[in-house]
Design a protein around this ligand. Sequence first.
Ligand SMILES: [Zn+2]
Length: 145
Amino acid sequence: MDSSRGGFGLPCSAAKEGRPQVSRRCPHCRKAFEPSTGKQRYCGRKCYRAVYGVVNRKKIRKRKTAYRAANRDRIHKKQAAYYAANREAINKRHAAYYAANRGGILKRRAAYYVANRERIAKRDAGRYAAKKMERKRLAQTGPAR
Ligand SMILES: [Zn+2]
């Protein structure tokens, strides 16, 4: 047989094995995979997203904040409606979570408070002042309609 005349110079065995020469290693999970396009770097959506989220954390947060600011009313309404529709299920889940994780939650909360004591005190003072001003305003102008 004359193998030099076969097709486009691709030995049959290589074509059948799915072109092993372009196999890559996923930089996230380190598994070998065969990309379906030349640009594919990760083995799948899961790994891509995992890496994307870490690498672009700041960008994502910025975008999210901007989105929230632009859609504040709509988001609040949707959340309120969701909560109203699922109140019991949500409360049950929260209660179950709290019961199961009470020790960890309390510990974390206490640690957070210790670490942020000054900031919290400042925030509370600010809130208190704002409430006081609001009360004053109400006393002067009467309740908002
Ligand atoms: Zn992977």
